[in-house]
Design a protein around this ligand. Structure first.
Ligand code: GLN
Length: 474
């Protein structure tokens, strides 16, 4: 049995062609078979079967009833531990459910487990996790590849057919880049579309929940299931959530697609430029108008992001001090020592680096030169998009500057790792929705991704354009 479409599986469940239990057992089997990929931080077969039992007795009609989903281990879940892939939260058992996971449970989803990620979502390869690397399921023998990050476990779980969809979070590219590396669809919606309540915070002005699936239709179904207003997140948008799936339409006739010239950067492999051109041609053939646009401040996006994100992280992570929850060092003779040893032993190298950078850019004397300036540049980057969207409806770019790279390749060079985010961070800084869909392969037959960006809260057109490309690619 091989299921790849969440939509079709819902239909099969509704028609009783398969039972919830049979479906779950199939995925339990797959997860066990692929355990060496280290995709899950938490997997407990009995917990899955308990959920099945409850759902099978439930006679109410639920949209996702019985669909197996994987949850990034950054979302608080009541019945499963939540670690953020950090030693400091190794034994953390939240007493509440995040907004997003609660919505999925209300829809009747089954959680097959909590997926691996970069520690506190800081990284691009799922290699800063306290629980070890995740291996990209598309790796060939002898050369394990990175699944991308930070939501690498979730992207890999979908790619390896260990679930029919997964949640992720994206602060600077953490849904789109792993989707591209693993050959699946990943959408980061507009900042504010999904509540951040119950998601361990990294950089609060950028963090946004989203989903991974095997195709665009499924992504539209899952996104409408997790979106919505929540007064516990003051940045959550109080808007009517469209029925993305029902309104899906692959017709792009008359739409104007912007192609930003600044996304042509030195050193980008020829194959990436080639698939970008191909995607543009396909959209033109499907009836869209193509327009060259300029986003002049793009070159400042990476340095801006790598000031703002660590600044917010240093503030958000101050709460992990060994007092209220999480790890506490046992070597303590004084209060200061408790803080120092707890944080020194509890956080990994990359998280410490971000805390140090963040503390530095926020400190008196450097605040104006770094943090304040970065905020001003952020505004300029957002304005670029506002101007561009006067001339076009959507923007199409590559998702990442490479395909999946070998594990550990960039680990010792943080700057090289940060360069992975070059195409994804501008939209994050502007709070715009972006999807990555698989489009084309590189010379080693590894998937490449195309990113489609839309106006604020215009996820519908982002999905529609993705569908147009996807249909022409199949
Ligand atoms: N790779 C980026 C970083 O390390 C983005 C991470 C994310 O989106 N969570 O910050």
């Amino acid at each position: 049995m091989m299921f790849k479409s969440l939509k079709n599986t819902i239909q099969s469940l509704e028609k009783n062609e398969i039972s919830i239990k049979e479906l779950s057992q199939e995925y339990i089997k797959n997860i066990k078979e692929k355990s060496t990929l280290n995709i899950f931080i938490h997997f407990d077969e009995q917990k899955i079967l308990n959920q099945v039992e409850i759902l099978e007795k439930d006679k109410s009609k639920k949209k996702l009833k019985g669909i197996p989903l994987a949850i990034k281990d950054l979302f608080c879940t009541k019945d499963m531990p939540t670690t953020a892939a950090s030693k400091i939260l190794e034994n953390f058992k939240p007493s509440y459910e995040s907004f997003v996971t609660q919505k999925l449970l209300d829809c009747g989803a089954i959680f097959v487990g909590k997926t691996n990620l970069d520690e506190f979502a800081m990284g691009s390869a799922t290699d800063t996790s306290y629980f070890g690397n995740t291996i990209n399921p598309l790796s060939k023998d002898g050369e394990p590849l990175a699944p991308g990050g930070s939501s690498g476990g979730s992207a890999a779980a979908v790619a390896a057919n260990l679930c029919l969809g997964a949640t992720g979070t994206d602060t600077g590219g953490s849904i789109r880049q792993p989707a591209s590396f693993c050959g699946v669809v990943g959408i980061k919606p507009t900042y504010g579309l999904c509540s951040r309540w119950g998601i361990a915070a990294f950089a609060s002005s950028l963090d946004q929940a989203g989903v991974f699936t095997n195709n665009t239709e499924d992504a539209s179904i899952l996104l409408e299931s997790i979106a919505g207003f929540d007064e516990r997140d003051s940045t959550s948008a109080n808007i009517e959530i469209p029925n993305y799936f029902k309104n899906l339409n692959h017709d792009v006739v008359g739409k104007t697609i912007g192609i930003p010239k600044e996304y042509t950067i030195d050193g980008t492999p020829e194959e990436i430029s080639r698939i970008w051109e191909e995607a543009i041609k396909v959209l033109e053939k499907n009836g869209a108008k193509i327009k060259n646009i300029s986003l002049p401040h793009t070159k400042y996006a990476l340095p801006t992001y790598y000031i703002i994100a660590p600044a917010e992280a240093s503030s958000n992570l101050a709460r992990y001090d060994g007092v209220k929850y999480g790890y506490r060092s046992s070597e303590i003779d004084s209060l200061d020592e408790m803080y120092e040893n707890t944080r020194g032993q509890g956080f990994g190298k990359e998280v410490k680096r971000r805390i140090l950078i963040g503390t530095y850019v926020l400190s008196a004397g450097y605040y104006d030169a770094y943090y304040l300036k970065a905020q001003k540049v952020r505004k300029l980057i957002a304005n670029d998009f506002n101007e561009a969207f006067k001339e076009c409806d959507l923007i199409v770019t590559p998702t990442a500057p490479s395909s999946a790279f070998p594990l550990n390749q960039e680990q010792d060079d943080p700057i090289k790792m940060y360069l992975n985010d070059v195409f994804t961070v501008p939209a994050s800084l502007a709070g715009l929705p972006g999807i990555s869909i698989p489009f084309g392969k590189d010379k080693n037959n590894l998937p490449l991704g195309i990113q489609i960006l839309g106006k604020h809260f215009d996820e519908q057109q982002v999905f529609n354009t993705a569908l147009s490309l996807e249909k022409s690619y199949e």
